[in-house]
Design a protein around this ligand. Structure first.
Ligand code: UT7
Length: 318
């Protein structure tokens, strides 16, 4: 029994903020942002657009692509670090908006590693027989957490959602996954603000020690990707596509180099989407599939890393 991706979908808000437009608001430049990160633009959600609205649209598109009707779904997992509310979970809101009820729906909070965490949990639930058809979504409205006066962070992030439909199958699907976390590094990337007695306690904005995150990410991603390949007994040379978390083009290039993969085997969307945290991998995966690059039967490696620190990787046959 495998869990196999039956279809992918994604959604990006209409409004695009280019580096040039951003440079009118904050002391930065297209040259600085593009050369340090590879980012050229990002999408920003409309005022009335919640994480669950974007998640819903991505899920609906994935269901269409999977030729699956909503009534077949028996599990919804939403990876997000920007839920609509403290509770209920965004997954429960998505379930209701899809007109469904009764089966498990919950959020996974592993920041930029959220989608690989959620996919790995859904895989385990399908393999155990607890579910047969899961909708796994990564959705973020990171603009809620951005301080537009802090040029070290506001230029990096964007909003959006991506989703997959994961179904029980006798054909190979997910081959291996590895999840890791190390809470000793929880202060190098954080949004510490939380509600206390009706007030926000701590800064509500994203804080990042970019250099420390960069160094940690390069080593951790290469290691976990290799461990996942080893667990599946797959050689690096047999990977058709790497779909990495889209935070920084230099980190992506470095991971590809460690895995001896040329950049024409890597799906890159960071230029168009910026860093959309838990949404970045399913957004890139959907683009890879819809552009015709990722084809049925190919071997695909996902990897993500972010606040926690939490990181991981999933290897599958598409
Ligand atoms: O999704 C989770 C994972 N996140 C990541 O993987 C992000 C990892 N880190 C990074 O991508 C990079 O560290 C950054 C892109 C965030 C920063 O790049 P960097 O090459 O490490 O730059 P830096 O932080 O060392 O800053 C270099 C200079 C500084 O000026 P001084 O002190 O040298 O005069 C900054 O003040 O660039 C300045 N700077 C900017 N200048 C123009 C910082 N932000 C900006 C900006 N525009 N937006």
């Amino acid at each position: 029994m495998y869990a196999r991706i039956a279809g992918t979908g994604s959604y990006l808000p209409e409004h695009i903020l280019t580096n040039a437009a951003l440079a009118e608001r904050v002391d930065t430049s297209d040259e600085w942002i593009a050369s340090r990160t590879g980012i050229r633009q990002r999408h920003l959600a409309a005022d009335n657009e919640a994480t669950s609205d974007m998640a819903l649209k991505a899920a609906e598109r994935a269901l269409v692509a999977a030729e699956t009707t909503a009534d077949e779904v028996d599990l919804i997992i939403v990876a997000t670090t920007t839920p609509d509310q403290s509770f209920p979970s965004t997954a429960c809101t998505v379930q209701d908006k899809l007109g469904l009820h009764g089966f498990p729906a919950f959020d996974v909070q592993a920041v930029c590693a959220g989608f690989v965490y959620a996919l790995s949990v859904a895989d385990a639930m399908i393999k155990s027989g607890a579910a047969r058809c899961a909708v796994v979504i990564g959705a973020e409205r990171l603009s809620n957490l951005l301080n537009w006066e802090d040029r070290t962070t506001c230029v990096l992030f964007g909003d959006g959602a991506g989703a997959v439909v994961l179904k029980a199958s006798s054909e190979p699907g997910i081959l291996a996954s590895k999840l890791r976390a190390d809470g000793r590094y929880r202060d190098i990337l954080k949004a510490p603000g939380h509600l206390k007695q009706g007030q926000i306690e701590g800064s509500p904005w994203i804080y990042m020690d970019g250099g420390a995150v960069f160094k940690f990410a390069v080593r951790a991603l290469a290691d976990v990707a290799k461990e996942t390949l080893e667990a599946a007994g797959i050689d690096q040379a047999d990977v058709d596509w790497l779909v990495p978390h889209q935070a920084n083009l230099r980190i992506i290039e470095s991971t590809a180099k460690h895995l001896h993969l040329s950049m024409d085997k890597v799906i890159v969307t960071v230029d168009k989407h910026g860093n959309t945290s838990a949404a970045s991998i399913p957004l890139a995966l959907d683009e890879g599939v819809r552009s015709g690059r990722i084809k049925r039967g190919q071997t695909v490696l996902l990897e993500g890393i972010g606040g926690g620190f939490a990181w991981g990787s999933v290897l599958f046959k598409y």
